[in-house]
Write a protein that binds this ligand. Structure first.
Ligand code: ADP
Ligand code: MG
Length: 468
């Protein structure tokens, strides 16, 4: 295979074959000088183009590799070539695509070939984990609990400067940290594709580092990280306790921040709460903007469900009631919400039955049980009494005036809805009432809900407060 397409014939002093032999010799030298790892990662990727008028040209597969080789091995390459061919004054490394385009008579590409949105350029993004196409800013539902994190992430992605460094995102599992980081990467790829972005989990970072140590290739590792415009490391809590990786992360971090490159970090805790992390690291992580994502609210969960259901609409229709029910019940994290929706969808498609509240409950009984909130009857009574401005003691009393009877019925209804207690149990907690009284209360409230929208809203509000 000769990639040089006869260009070498025009080199004058050396024949193409001679030049290739000299190149092979130089590569052998570099390999023994630099070690196998660095050689394989960088210099092996070069190929010889030609020698013209004292200028020797080499092709690198990407701009990144070209820049890096030029900066780190440029002098060495020239010295080695000059030792082989005295007439060489200059060694130039060009990007392969540009060269190929020029050689084919097409206009040379002005900039490097950038990944066209699919991010699959393996050499340029070798370290970057795959990005989830569903995790964009457009797909992110914003509410009070996550608006700061969202706004900060968007700002980082959208601006050409570095607005705050680092951006530290933290919050519990499944609240959208990874989603926001992927969204940053997608946004930059679309808007400023020439900016180099690396996104990876702290675990992967650790793994890469350990591998670089093993291959005696830490220089290349460092350089690769330190030459990015935006570095995002997800779940840094995993780095804590691992001393050498932590050390390396710290240096990489400092190098990037010092060069005014953007760093984005996520964790499950705030910087100061990261156990097993060195003090100087904790403090450094808190220097920029720390944005926490709070647990979801009912509204956010419903919003997310509606957005996801909208996307699935072509496949199946989910009644609003079911979405509300799921938003009430599944509070742990968003991933579970999505899982529930997918499960319902899969089931209805297989069975061919429409989705109802009943079959949803049946289908998801395991999920629902584990996320039951265990609100107590006392809590319900207290809240309802407060809401209707009656005394707590009226929940147990015999008074039958509408002003106290109605709130009492509401509390019984909510007790039935929100606790696993039986009707007799509930009756006992309301001043030793009979289970038929509780049943009657439940029916009455259902009727009122159906007939009176503002009453229904009131009940929903109460329920939400109890579940929050
Ligand atoms: P984390 O990294 O914080 O554990 P993820 O970003 O992986 O959480 O989120 C879990 C799932 O929930 C993902 O599928 C994500 O798309 C989704 N998700 C979380 N928050 C939101 C949100 N506000 N809007 C839309 N989807 C969300
Ligand atoms: Mg995550």
């Amino acid at each position: 295979m000769n990639p040089n397409r006869g260009i070498l014939e025009r080199t004058g002093k050396s024949s193409a074959g001679q030049l290739q032999a000299q190149w092979a010799r130089i590569r052998g030298r570099l390999r023994s000088e630099l070690g196998e790892g660095a050689y394989r990662n960088w210099l092996k990727k070069l190929s010889l183009i030609d020698l013209q008028d004292g200028e020797l040209r080499l092709a690198a597969p990407t701009k990144f590799i070209r820049d890096w080789i030029a900066a780190n091995y440029g002098d060495r390459l020239r010295a080695l070539w000059q030792a082989e061919v005295e007439a060489i004054r200059q060694v130039e490394v060009v990007v392969a695509e540009d060269h190929a385009a020029a050689a084919d008579g097409a206009a040379p590409a002005a900039v490097e070939a950038v990944p066209g949105g699919n991010g699959q350029d393996p050499s340029r993004h070798a370290l970057t984990a795959a990005l989830d196409p569903r995790c964009t800013f457009e797909d992110f539902v914003v509410a009070k609990s996550n608006e700061l994190a969202y706004a900060a992430a968007y700002r980082v992605a959208d601006s050409r400067t570095v607005p705050f460094n680092p951006l530290f995102l933290y919050g519990g599992v499944g609240l959208g940290k990874t989603h926001l980081m992927h969204a940053i990467a997608w946004h930059i790829r679309k808007k400023n594709p020439q900016r180099r972005v690396i996104y990876l989990s702290a675990e992967k970072f650790m793994y890469q580092f350990v591998r670089a140590l093993r291959d005696k290739n830490t220089m290349a590792f460092k350089e690769e990280f330190r030459s990015v415009d935006v570095l995002m490391i997800d779940d840094v809590q995993f780095i804590s306790g691992k001393d050498s990786t932590q050390e390396e992360f710290f240096h990489t971090f400092n190098a990037l921040v010092d060069q005014n490159r953007q760093v984005v970090v996520s964790a499950d805790k705030s910087p100061s709460d990261l156990d097993g992390m060195e003090e100087r690291m904790k403090s450094r992580l808190g220097w920029g903007l720390v944005a926490d994502i709070h647990p979801t609210t009912y509204e956010l969960r419903l919003g997310i469900l509606q957005a996801k259901a909208e996307k699935m609409k072509i496949k199946f229709e989910v009644p609003a009631k079911v979405l509300e029910f799921l938003a009430y019940k599944i509070t742990a994290n968003v991933r579970e919400l999505e899982g529930a929706l997918i499960r319902i969808g899969a089931h209805t498609q297989l069975i061919g039955r429409p989705i109802t509240l009943e079959n949803t409950q049946e289908l998801l009984h395991d999920l629902l049980r584990s996320s039951d909130r265990r609100v107590s009857i006392e809590e319900i009574q207290k809240r309802v009494a407060e809401h209707f401005n009656i005394k707590m003691s009226d929940m147990h009393s015999d008074r039958r005036s509408r002003a106290v009877a109605r709130p009492r019925q509401v509390a019984m209804y909510l007790a039935k809805q929100l606790t696993p207690r039986s009707l007799p149990d509930i009756g006992r907690k309301f001043g030793g009432r009979d289970h038929t009284t509780v049943m009657h209360a439940c029916r009455k409230v259902e009727q009122l809900r159906a007939a009176d929208a503002s009453f229904a809203e009131d009940i929903d509000l109460l329920r939400r407060m109890l579940e929050a």
